[in-house]
Write a protein that binds this ligand. Structure first.
Ligand SMILES: *Cc1c(COP(=O)(O)O)cnc(C)c1O
Length: 832
């Protein structure tokens, strides 16, 4: 609590309120407290102070936003529009203070007002507008865009309920509704004047206009209004402030019910309810049955609003429609916004009366598509009946795009009807579906994967035919993460040490971290490095104790796997290793293995039974291991609940070992792996996603590699993989599986984990059993390496030193140069 007495705080507030020099910021906070919230210092709660502080910070950003917007409007600049169904932006206050360079000022001001900045920071709700990596990537990109002074807009959906909150009850995941807006969102600016109508359902009518041209009119069954909700995105120590524009759905004001017959009336009421719920809730991904009508409606809704907004900005500037692609680059973050291909065509043809060819040229030059998955089951498709009933006009346009496109395929590959079938935008096998990845690919001038391996595999597998036809369209942009949030903000101790050691250029050019190599053998630097890491581990240990009641030793090896729970990410491989290590410890309590603390975190999609069972297994193991006095302190297992961006701030800086153990060929990139590396964790991992590049950068000697390669995975599957044989061949593995089957980790219940065991022994689609032995051997090498503190510290330093490539600044520079052709625009707040 406060160490400034209440009376003194009030006096300070009064002083601040009366233009005493030096109190400017404090003054703003008090003014916002009174004028915006109708509270005053004597009665203000910490939440009130948080809001007043946030509003005062926002005011500073809006001055920069105004300067940015004014400059963009005046100059002939190209704007990068990042279209994403998810933006997992994390708490804003700390990051905004950091980027504005006013952390110390805010700290002092709040202290004078009797408040601790850290307490206020802790009050901020996580804006959970994303599921995981994909949404977080979009947020990192907005930070880098602003920092690199690129004119940009993030476009997405303002979900009223974001990703659910996770609790653990009796070892199981329990979900509760995320109510992030309950106490208000001080960062949001609602703009009722920036709104657009989006049509759904109904039918189309063809007519011929006065010039004898074919015109199509869409007569929708209903319209939904999208209202802009903006959040300022401040660049780091620059005056650029861009916006994240999220669309909130509203029912249109008036409904002319007279026009309806009785049946249509009830339908209309129902549809009205639907329009009001359109932006209510974020869909958790990885749901096995995801063909939800509302989800397609959400996608079309935010895409249509965003494209209409871009057209309006173009009109406001007085730029002719022919130059649209010179004014905007629009990136599709996965296929979720890929209906943009049809919608931009519709807007250009039906509403702006362009010819098909002119519209198609603009569409292709504007759009680019980022693929995020090779898992065939995760490639988005929509059944034709659903698509037809919800979006009749866009579907007609997709048919026409497809007709012209397949003509082109036939011209290039005469007689190859198998290829035509594979490339068609419509899947004609079984129930007919629209293939969104094909649509996005055909409508874009650039298609990229998110790590070198992923981009290669993309060209060999899911988009092979397209890569053959348009080789020049395919490229790679390896993902990155922002060093502001994931190092400066969440690991301030390390950031300070870096500043002292190599200067602070690394904050805007992470490649400069390479200068650390010169200090990798300096004993004094080692001591400082370890002291910071121990502090971070102590802080995480305290949070673990508070949330789970489990005591962990900050001197143990912190072995951490945090990410969404999914079979391909193989948390169960980690769990099997823990069981085998536990058995060894039970048999030989004097085993000279390093004390380890295994920490897991991550949410499972509510409908993904196997992932939820894996969470239950981890908690079952934790219950047994943590309560076994015989192995005293040699190992601990923790499931840290509700992993999100906010909690991640304590997790990534505290890791000694980063678990990146997905089946090779399945993880597109991963970004958690990068956050760990930047903070000095060593990786144990497969050659998957960006792990390949992490190992290249860090050096093979600073990385723990195991497992089958993507090619070997492929070959093994082709040859006929029989997982049970691996269990038969290994005592360790068989014993671990037996213990699970005996109910050892389910309080005697022998049925609980049967689905998991059956799956592993009969199918094991992600080759957990095939990789087990090599994983165990690799973990033993980790334990061995941990015994040599000096060598481990050196490897840790080398990981941070070589992590420069994984800055989102590098990734965004590549998008700007190779795909968007956008350039920085200097914003100067001081200019009139
Ligand atoms: C970075 C991040 C992820 C992505 O983690 P991966 O290990 O790359 O799957 C998921 N969730 C949150 C909250 C993150 O910050």
């Amino acid at each position: 609590m406060s160490d400034v007495p209440a009376a003194e705080a009030v006096a300070n507030a009064k002083a601040a309120a009366s233009d005493v020099p030096g109190y400017a910021f404090q003054h703003d906070v008090v003014r916002n407290l009174i004028c915006r919230q109708a509270r005053y210092p004597d009665i203000a709660t910490p939440q009130d102070w948080y809001m007043a502080l946030a509003f005062s910070v926002r005011d500073r950003m809006l001055a920069r936003w105004a300067a940015s917007t004014k400059t963009y409007a005046a100059k002939d600049v190209k704007v990068a529009c990042y279209l994403s169904a998810e933006f997992l932006i994390g708490p804003q206050l700390g990051n905004n203070l950091l980027n504005l360079g006013m952390e110390a000022e805010a700290h002092d001001a709040m202290r004078a007002l009797g408040q601790h900045l850290d307490d206020l920071l802790a009050l901020e709700e996580e804006p959970g507008l994303g599921n995981g990596g994909l949404g977080r990537l979009a947020a990192c990109y907005l930070d880098s865009l602003a920092t690199l002074e690129i004119p940009a807009i993030g476009y997405g959906i303002r979900y009223e309920f974001g990703i659910f909150d996770q609790e653990i009850r009796d070892g199981w995941q329990a979900e509760s509704t995320d109510k992030w807006l309950q106490k208000g969102n001080p960062w949001e600016i609602v703009r009722p004047d920036v709104s657009y109508y989006v049509s759904f359902g109904g039918r189309t009518e063809s007519t011929t206009d006065a010039e004898g041209r074919l015109r199509v009119r869409w007569i929708p069954a209903r319209q939904v209004k999208g209202v802009a909700c903006d959040m300022p995105m401040q660049g780091y120590r620059v005056d650029t402030c861009n916006i994240l524009r999220l669309w909130k759905s509203e029912a249109v004001e008036s409904f002319d019910f007279q026009d309806f017959n009785a049946g249509e009336y009830y339908e209309a009421v129902e549809e009205k309810v639907v329009s009001e719920t359109l932006s209510k809730v974020l869909y958790p991904n990885d749901e096995p049955e995801a063909g939800k009508r509302l989800r397609l409606a959400q996608q079309y809704f935010f895409v249509s609003c965003s494209l209409q907004d871009m057209l309006r900005l173009m009109d406001a500037k007085g730029t002719p429609i022919e130059r649209f692609a010179d004014l905007f680059a629009a990136q599709l973050n996965d296929t979720h916004p890929s209906v943009a291909v049809a919608e931009l065509m519709r807007l250009l043809i039906d509403e702006r009366l362009l010819s098909w060819d002119a519209a198609w040229d603009i569409t292709q030059r504007t759009l680019a598509y980022t693929n995020h998955t090779l898992l065939p089951e995760a490639l988005e498709t929509w059944g034709l009946p659903l698509f037809q009933s919800l979006l009749p006009r866009p579907l007609e346009i997709i048919y026409e795009i497809n007709r012209r496109f397949l003509d082109e395929v036939r011209r290039q590959y005469p007689g190859d009807e198998a290829r035509v079938k594979r490339m068609s935008l419509i899947d004609e096998t079984g129930d007919r579906k629209v293939r969104m990845a094909n649509l996005a690919t055909v409508g874009s001038h650039a298609v990229n994967g998110v790590a070198a391996l992923h981009s290669d595999l993309l060209k060999q597998t899911v988009l092979r035919d397209f890569a053959e036809m348009y080789p020049g369209h395919f490229t790679n942009v390896t993902n990155g993460v922002t060093p502001r949030r994931f190092l400066m903000l969440s690991n301030p101790g390390l950031a300070r040490l870096l500043d002292q050691t190599i200067g602070d250029d690394w904050t805007r050019d992470l490649a400069r971290l390479d200068a650390l190599v010169a200090h990798a053998d300096d004993p004094a630097f080692h001591d400082a490095w370890r002291a910071i890491r121990r502090g971070n581990k102590t802080a995480l240990a305290a949070r673990i104790r508070n949330t789970t009641g489990i005591d962990v030793d900050p001197d143990a090896l912190f072995d951490i796997q945090v990410k969404r729970i999914h079979e391909y990410k193989r948390q169960h491989l980690n769990a099997l290793y823990i069981i085998s290590l536990y058995r060894r410890l039970c048999r030989n309590p004097d085993l000279g293995t390093a004390p380890r603390c295994f920490i897991f975190g991550g949410k499972a999609a509510p409908g993904y039974a196997m992932a939820k069972l894996i969470i239950r297994l981890i908690n079952g193991i934790a219950e047994v291991v943590n309560n076994d006095a015989a192995i005293k302190g040699r190992m601990k297992v923790v499931f840290y609940p509700d992993f999100n961006v906010k909690n991640g701030h304590w997790v990534y800086p505290a890791a000694d070992l980063s678990e990146q153990i997905s089946t090779a060929g399945k993880e597109a990139s991963g970004t958690g792996n990068m956050k760990f590396m930047i903070n000095g964790a060593l990786t144990i991992g497969t050659l998957d996603g960006a792990n390949v590049e992490i190992r290249e950068e860090a050096g093979a000697e600073n990385f723990f590699l195991f497992g089958l390669t993507a090619q070997q995975v492929d070959e093994l599957k082709r040859a006929g993989y029989r997982p049970a044989e691996y269990a038969q061949g290994s005592d360790d593995l068989r014993d671990a599986l037996d213990q699970i089957a005996q109910g050892r980790f389910s309080r005697g219940d022998k049925d609980m984990f049967r689905p998991l065991l059956d799956n592993l022994l009969q199918h094991d689609p992600f080759l957990v059993l095939a990789d087990f032995a090599d994983y165990v051997a690799c973990q033993d090498r980790v334990s061995e390496a941990w015994r040599d503190t000096r060598q481990w510290t050196r490897m840790s330093i080398m990981n941070t030193a070589r992590s420069g490539k994984f800055s989102s600044d590098r990734a965004i520079s590549e998008y700007c140069e190779r795909i968007w052709k956008t350039r920085p625009v200097r914003i100067d707040l001081a200019q009139p």
